[in-house]
Design a protein around this ligand. Structure first.
Ligand code: ADP
Ligand code: MG
Length: 698
């Protein structure tokens, strides 16, 4: 195996630092630099930390005699004939004949005709990796190629070794990236700092940064590639966990929380009045929350549970404990329609106790009057959108903030809260079923309560698969539902959010075809992400008001919008969605007392496709589904989480690297225990890396 060499054949006089722009690397000009910026690669260090997505083992060199049609192979051979032919469209193809000790084979390289007088000229020895095809004899079609040279210090990058494959961007090929990476490695990698404290490097047996960076890009074997990758992942996760924990510590230390009364008369009365017992999960969550609220430090907790598990009721315990203590509560929802819905629920529950609640959104008329009432403390419970946290809104005594479904409610916004008085207790709620390790990351330094159970006696949504030949029956069923006053959703996948029209076409075509065909006469409407927030809300409001029979939508239909008469969910092309997403879409129905149905179309007939549907059919628990989704689809496909907005990592894949995340979490806590400010000299580099992550919080 060719060992990495650290000197370059073309001596470069200028010194290249890790912080230098990629522009300073040979072969990268303004245009290339701009292309790399699309991958968030700006400096040489950024480039070095753009780790391979995967590898191809092209290290085993075979002989031409071994070539068989259809096989993928790597050969080392000499070019004995080389000519260029012009193709339709103006491009040229290099037609080569190459030979080794065992025979000859043809090689076609599309678009590379211009190389037959240079890199691919007669007499050149090359490595080729490609698939063997048959076209007037055996031919390697468009293989990866790389001239073999005897030159000192030059190693092969594209074949004849284990080869890295990177995430690419428009205009940048694997070959280019490999070449630039090689240059960066040779010119700057030895300066890559070791941020991991020696104690941790030893404890986990990790390779040193400056060595691992070579091995991760151009590994000598797969074990070494994986060990090196893990090293960078661990390093990244450790810094992130330190940032999160430090940040949290800082907040806890620097703010004064409120010691709420959690055994007051209103709460007792409220508990008495509940018509049903809490589920064990609810009870546990209520205990967690009340314990936090009674403590002098601010609560900072996430309440996680499937749609319908009764989170609102749990949150209400907190609201009432706040009331008992004379605190005001701000309840924030992501959209106006959800705010209105929460408001209706809360008002229904609070009014019997003689408690006033009000709604404050951008759309609230006479909002300055309302704001005055809030400012002098006349209104104890305010439900709303972001408008709640605008400067004009002042609370007399804000003690509790409940934030529903806002995954990345920033620390800055959180800090705003403290300026509205003593630091309030904060409770986040979410129905997004995220495995625990991921939640740790998404929700930073929060404590987490999970409600794993649903109240008894629910009618679970019945899920089934509809084959192509039963589609018309399904549409007839939707018509029947409509005449009985029930609504349906039809969800189509969006290929790619960024494809302006291309992605929407299937939905629009489908809408036109059905609303003028099988569903003609029904009130059909389109909802998609390109509508502005107001238009979307208007449509959802009309849907809730039963003015729409069938809503055609992308996945934008709001999490949490309750429409008790929406009974049918149809998911087209269901094979395109992750299990978690299917489960969440299904959660849009079954919110009332009638039996609801979820119909899946276009499920692939593969065993995996069937397995997924079977799981959905038999399992109603979002967390179980989320875990299974992880296992079945693997990392990178886990839509629910992607949507929830995980921070971007350079090295880590949180789905694959959950064990490393746990490890990093533990090590981070331990480190801070002994050195809370990371002030010891052996933590200096780490401390700088952590500071660089501060941007993550805004
Ligand atoms: P979530 O907010 O988690 O989606 P909700 O709080 O909206 O769930 O609860 C859904 C429904 O279940 C509400 O009608 C609520 O009154 C009811 N509910 C909540 N907890 C219980 C319980 N322990 N037993 C029976 N019904 C419950
Ligand atoms: Mg709810």
């Amino acid at each position: 195996m060719v060992s990495p060499s650290r000197n370059t054949s073309t001596p470069n006089t200028s010194i290249i630092e890790l912080e230098s722009p990629v522009l300073s690397l040979p072969g990268i000009g303004e245009k290339r630099a701009a292309q790399l910026a699309a991958l968030d690669i700006r400096t040489v260090q950024d480039l070095l930390l753009h780790l391979p997505r995967e590898y191809r083992d092209r290290s085993r060199i075979q002989t031409i005699a071994e070539a068989e049609p259809g096989a993928l192979m790597t050969i080392e051979a000499e070019i004995v004939r080389a000519r260029s032919v012009r193709m339709r469209g103006g491009k040229t193809t290099a037609l080569l004949e190459v030979k080794d000790a065992t025979g000859t084979i043809k090689v076609n390289l599309f678009g590379r005709g211009f190389l037959v007088n240079s890199a691919l000229k007669r007499g050149t020895r090359c490595l080729f990796t490609g698939k063997v095809g048959e076209y007037k004899g055996l031919t390697l079609q468009n293989p990866e190629y790389e001239p073999v040279t005897e030159e000192e210090g030059v190693r092969n990058l594209h074949t004849g070794r284990i080869v890295p494959l990177y995430a690419l961007t428009e205009g940048v090929s694997q070959r280019l990236l490999r070449r630039w990476m090689d240059a960066a490695l040779q010119l700057a990698a030895s300066r890559l700092p070791e941020t991991l404290p020696p104690a941790l490097v030893t404890r986990h047996g990790l390779p040193a940064a400056a060595e691992a960076i070579y091995e991760v890009h151009f590994p000598s074997d797969m074990e070494s590639a994986e060990a090196s990758r893990r090293r960078f992942v661990y390093e990244e996760l450790l810094a992130m966990q330190l940032a999160i924990l430090q940040r949290r510590q800082l907040m806890v230390d620097s703010v004064r929380g409120i010691r709420h009364q959690t055994d007051g008369p209103l709460l007792a009365q409220f508990r008495e009045s509940l018509p049903f017992p809490l589920t064990p999960g609810q009870q546990q969550a209520v205990n967690d929350i009340l314990r936090d609220m009674a403590a002098p430090r601010p609560m900072f907790r996430l309440l996680q549970g499937d749609v319908g598990c009764g989170k609102t009721l749990v949150a209400l315990h907190a609201v009432i404990a706040a009331l008992d203590s004379g605190s005001q509560t701000a309840f924030m929802a992501p959209t106006e329609i959800l705010a209105e819905q929460h408001y209706a629920t809360l008002r229904g529950l609070l009014e019997p106790l003689g408690i006033r609640a009000t709604l404050l959104t951008g759309a609230t008329p006479a909002s300055s009057r309302v704001r005055q009432d809030i400012a002098c403390g006349n209104i104890p419970v305010v439900v709303g959108t972001h408008a709640l946290f605008q400067k004009e809104t002042r609370f007399a005594r804000l003690g509790l903030v409940i934030i529903d479904e806002q995954h990345r409610f920033g620390v800055r916004q959180r800090d705003e809260l403290s300026r509205k008085g003593e630091f309030p207790d904060v409770l986040h709620t979410t129905a997004t079923p995220i495995p625990r390790t991921l939640a740790i990351t998404l929700y930073g330094g929060m404590d987490i309560s999970v409600i794993p159970d649903l109240p008894p006696g629910r009618l679970p949504v019945k899920t089934s698969y509809v084959p192509e030949n039963k589609k018309e029956e399904l549409y007839q069923y939707l018509r029947d539902q409509a005449t009985r006053g029930y609504q349906s959703y039809i969800v189509c996948p969006l290929v790619e959010e960024s494809e302006y029209f291309a992605g929407l076409t299937p939905l629009i075509d489908h809408f036109i075809a059905l609303s003028e065909g099988s569903l003609a006469g029904l009130r059909c409407t389109l909802l998609h992400g390109r509508l502005d927030a107001r238009e979307k809300e208007e449509i959802m409001t009309r849907f809730k008001a039963r003015q729409i029979d069938v809503l055609f939508s992308t996945t934008v239909i709001e999490v949490g919008v309750d429409s008790p008469t929406a009974t049918t969910m149809v998911i087209e092309d269901a094979g395109r969605f992750g299990l978690t997403q299917l489960h969440q879409l299904r959660g849009r129905v079954g919110r009332g007392s009638v039996q609801s149905y979820c119909f899946l179309l276009g499920v692939p007939s593969t065993p995996e496709g069937k397995q997924r549907i079977e799981l959905l059919r038999t399992c109603a628990n979002g967390f179980e589904i989320a875990e299974a989704d992880l296992e079945l689809r693997g990392p990178g496909e886990y839509c629910g989480v992607r949507q929830a907005g995980l921070p971007d990592f350079r090295a880590a894949d949180l789905l694959r690297d959950t064990r490393l995340l746990d490890l990093a979490r533990r090590d981070a806590a331990e480190l801070l225990e002994s050195d809370p400010a990371l002030a010891q000299p052996e933590h200096a580099a780490l401390s700088r890396a952590v500071q660089d992550l501060e941007g993550m919080f805004v």
